[in-house]
Design a protein around this ligand. Structure first.
Ligand SMILES: Nc1ncnc2c1ncn2[C@@H]1O[C@H](COP(=O)(O)OP(=O)(O)OP(=O)(O)O)[C@@H](O)[C@H]1O
Ligand SMILES: [Mg+2]
Length: 324
């Protein structure tokens, strides 16, 4: 494994046609062995970024190196270091999982023996041993994503690119994939660049997160630091009697600005944090309002996105452009 298996990106730009600035001047660096989460809504420029870093799309401007090699000038060297599971997977419905492994292993110059043992080991690791002999056309979406991951790992890459690896996975397969990515980084020192639309995924998995919107990085840092930058805890309360909702809202309004809440409840950002809780409870009691449920929410990465862009990442789907 290369000792310098990090990623360096400087002023990277990709323009499509005359006006679509899909990636619009991104600077970032990923340390060797780090898991970097690239978080953003549909059309933000995540896949375009990945395609440039894996040498499948030439940058319009700027510079990027992967494991020390320039993506524009040293394509073969970069490709020798990386594994990638792209958003548009290139699986063949008429081949079995094992046949994909064998084919891919051949491309990387592995011997027949290596192909067989390594292939079986990886199929086991992604939980596809039982399905390895079946044609991929019969795999579920989640099984295909797992096969993509196994294929990306076949030649022991030092840098791994995963473009929305858990989209369409059920919660169980999602946590299994998280565990595997975590293990690759911690035990094998693999650098992981992962795109996602899921706040929780970035939060749980990534050492650092870059939030991208309209081709630009709008925030970057560890999930903890990003959330701490927001600072304010919100309080969400649900009245025991639904008719008390207005009264409840009036009381809570004394303690902070309104925040997003489910239809039956009311939420506010507490001006001076969780220590106000007792005061809130006393105020509600004084007004004779019975509370059915009371919850404190720590700031989330969605709050960070909201603060930077004025929009929420959650529930973005309805207004999003079609996936590309
Ligand atoms: N080959 C292309 N030709 C023209 N425009 C493109 C092309 N690829 C991407 N775009 C545009 O560039 C922008 C960024 O697209 P990209 O696929 O990078 O977004 P994304 O963040 O990966 O989104 P998603 O979450 O939907 O996968 C979008 O406006 C998209 O329509
Ligand atoms: Mg994409």
């Amino acid at each position: 494994m290369a000792t310098d298996n990090g990623i360096e990106v400087e002023g990277l730009v990709r323009v499509f046609g005359d006006e679509i600035r899909a990636v619009d001047g991104v600077d970032l660096s990923v340390a060797p062995g780090e898991i970097y989460g690239f978080l953003g809504p549909n059309g933000a420029g995540k896949s375009t970024m990945v395609l440039m870093l894996v040498t499948l799309l030439p940058p319009t401007a700027g510079r990027a190196t992967v494991a020390g090699f320039d993506v524009a000038k040293q394509g073969p060297e970069v490709r020798g270091q990386i594994g990638a599971a792209l958003q548009e997977s290139a699986l063949d419905d008429f081949l079995t999982g094992n046949e994909h492994m064998d084919l891919q292993g051949g491309l990387h110059g592995l011997s027949k023996n290596e192909r067989r043992t390594r292939g079986a080991e990886l199929m086991e690791r992604v939980g596809l041993s039982d399905a390895a002999g079946r044609k991929v056309g019969g795999y579920s979406g989640g099984m295909k994503r797992r096969l993509d991951l196994a294929l990306a790992l076949l030649h022991r890459p030092s840098v791994l690119f995963l473009d929305e690896p858990t989209t369409g996975l059920d919660p169980q397969s999602r946590s299994a994939l998280w565990a595997e990515v975590e293990r690759l980084s911690r035990e094998d020192g693999v650098t992981v660049f992962l795109t996602t639309q899921y706040l929780e995924e970035a939060d749980v998995l990534a050492d650092r997160v870059g939030i991208i919107d309209h081709g630009k990085l709008v925030a970057e840092g560890t999930p903890t630091a990003l959330k701490a930058g927001i600072g304010q805890v919100s309080l969400e309360a649900t009245p025991a009697n639904p008719n008390d909702r207005e009264k409840l809202a009036a009381v809570l309004a004394r303690f902070g600005e309104p925040a997003a809440a489910s239809p039956k409840s009311v939420a506010v950002r507490l001006v001076s944090g969780a220590e106000q809780l007792a005061e809130v409870v006393r105020a509600l009691d004084a007004e004779g309002i019975q509370v059915g449920d009371l919850q404190l929410h720590q700031p989330s990465l969605d709050d960070v996105f909201l603060q930077q862009t004025g929009r929420s990442l959650e529930g973005e789907e309805e207004e999003a452009e079609p996936a590309s």
